[in-house]
Design a protein around this ligand. Structure first.
Ligand code: GLY
Length: 358
C-alpha cells in the first residue's frame, strides 16, 4: 500500500499517511502501534458510526458521536468533547481518533490541540474531501457566528489512515464536493512544486469515467496524487505564510457563494468549482492565460458534471470577499491561473470587483 510522509521542519511533527483499500475491519489492527497502552477517545460522525462503528470496533474509553453537518462544528460540541475527555481522565499520553469527514476532523483536531495544551490525534478521513484536503496539513478549528474556521489551530496529527473503501458509501453529493477539490489540484500542480510530475490534469481527462464510477483502484491513485500535492505544499509552508495560499484557488469567490447562500444551496466543492471558473475568466481578461487554456480547464471541469451555480450581485459578493479572514489592508487576495497547471496570488482593490461583470 502506498505510504506517504509529511516532513515538517520540526522533526517531531512529521507523520505518515497510509492509503489503502483493505477491509475496513483491518483498520483497528493497523492502529495498534498508536493506541496500545493508551486511553483512546473517539470522535466519529453519526453516519459513519452507523455504517462502520461495529466493524471498526475501536477499543475506546468513549465514542463521541457527532451529528453530521457543518453546523455541528461549533463551540457547544467543542465544550462537550473536551469535557467528556476530562470526565474520562485522559492524560497527555492518551490519544484521540477522528473518524469522519472534515467537520469531525477539524473539530476533533482542535479539541486535541487544546486539551491539556495538546494531545496526540489521528485522522481517519471517510469522505473524499477529507481524504484529499482537510485530514492532511494540520488545519483544525470550529465555526463561529462571525464566520467559518475563525477559531482554530495549526496542529498536525500523528498519522492519517485513509481507506478508500469508505468512499463506496458516500452519496453523490458528498463525493462530488470532494471532486471539486480534486479538480483544483490539477490546476495548481506545478505551483505545488512536487518532487516528480504527476500530471493530474491528464489523469483526470483519461480516467474521469472510472472516477465517476468510483473504481477503487483509480480512486486510490487519485487520492495518492492529491495527497502528494498537498504534502508538497504543507512541507514548504505549514502555516500559510505564502505558498499554502495557492490551495485557496477557487475559494475566494467560492466562499462568498457559500456564505451568501447560508451554506445551504451549494456544496463546498460546487462553490469552489464556480470560484475556479470565475478565476479563469478573470485570468483571461487580465491577459494572464490564453483562452485555449480556459477551454481545456472547462473541459476537465465539465467531465465531472458539477451543478451549475447562478450568478450573484457582485456588490454583495465583494462585501463578503472583503470580510474573508484572508483579506487584509482592504485588499482581496485572489489565486489566479498564470500558465498550464500554474497559479499565483494577486491582490485586488475592492473597487475592482464592485464594477466587475461576471
Ligand atoms: N484547505 C486548505 C489548506 O489546508 O490550506
Amino acid at each position: 500500500m502506498p505510504e506517504l510522509c509529511v516532513k515538517i521542519k520540526e522533526t517531531d511533527k512529521s507523520y505518515p499517511i497510509y492509503i489503502d483499500s483493505s477491509e475496513i475491519s483491518e483498520l483497528t489492527r493497523k492502529l495498534e502501534k498508536y493506541i496500545s497502552g493508551r486511553k483512546v477517545f473517539v470522535v466519529i460522525s453519526e453516519k459513519v458510526n452507523k455504517l462502520y462503528g461495529k466493524i471498526l470496533n475501536i477499543p475506546a474509553v468513549e465514542t463521541f458521536v457527532l451529528k453530521d453537518g457543518e453546523k455541528e462544528k461549533n463551540f457547544k460540541n467543542y465544550k462537550k468533547i473536551t469535557e467528556r475527555m476530562l470526565k474520562n481522565q485522559l492524560s497527555r499520553k492518551d490519544i484521540l481518533l477522528a473518524v469522519g469527514g472534515g467537520v469531525v476532523g477539524d473539530m476533533a483536531g482542535f479539541a486535541a490541540s487544546t486539551y491539556m495544551r495538546g494531545i496526540d490525534f489521528i485522522q481517519i478521513p471517510t469522505t473524499l474531501l477529507a481524504c484529499v484536503d482537510s485530514s492532511v496539513g494540520g488545519k483544525t478549528g470550529i465555526d463561529t457566528d462571525y464566520g467559518k474556521n475563525l477559531v482554530g489551530a495549526f496542529y498536525q496529527p500523528k498519522a492519517v489512515f485513509i481507506n478508500i473503501n469508505f468512499l463506496k458509501t458516500l452519496d453523490t453529493k458528498q463525493f462530488k464536493t470532494g471532486l471539486g477539490e480534486v479538480v483544483k489540484y490539477s490546476f495548481i500542480e506545478k505551483s505545488c512544486k512536487p518532487e516528480f510530475e504527476i500530471n493530474l490534469f491528464n489523469f483526470l481527462s483519461e480516467n474521469f469515467e472510472k472516477i465517476n464510477n468510483k473504481d477503487i483502484r483509480t480512486l486510490e491513485r487519485l487520492v495518492e496524487y492529491c495527497v502528494t500535492l498537498k504534502i508538497a505544499v504543507v512541507e514548504q509552508d505549514e502555516k500559510e505564510g505564502s505558498l499554502r495560499k495557492i490551495l485557496n484557488f477557487g475559494h475566494t469567490y467560492g466562499h462568498a457563494i457559500e456564505k451568501i447562500t447560508n451554506y445551504k444551496k451549494y456544496t463546498h466543492g460546487e462553490a469552489v468549482v464556480e470560484g475556479m471558473r470565475f478565476a479563469f475568466k478573470l485570468a483571461v481578461e487580465k491577459g494572464l492565460i490564453e483562452k485555449n487554456y480556459k477551454f481545456l480547464a472547462d473541459d476537465v471541469i465539465n467531465k465531472f458534471k458539477f451543478t451549475s451555480v447562478k450568478k450573484f450581485n457582485m456588490k454583495k459578493i465583494t462585501e463578503i470577499m472583503k470580510s474573508d479572514k484572508k483579506a487584509s489592508n482592504g485588499k482581496i487576495t485572489f489565486v489566479l491561473p498564470t500558465d498550464y497547471q500554474e497559479v499565483k496570488t494577486f491582490d485586488f482593490d475592492e473597487d475592482f470587483f464592485l464594477d466587475y461583470i461576471y
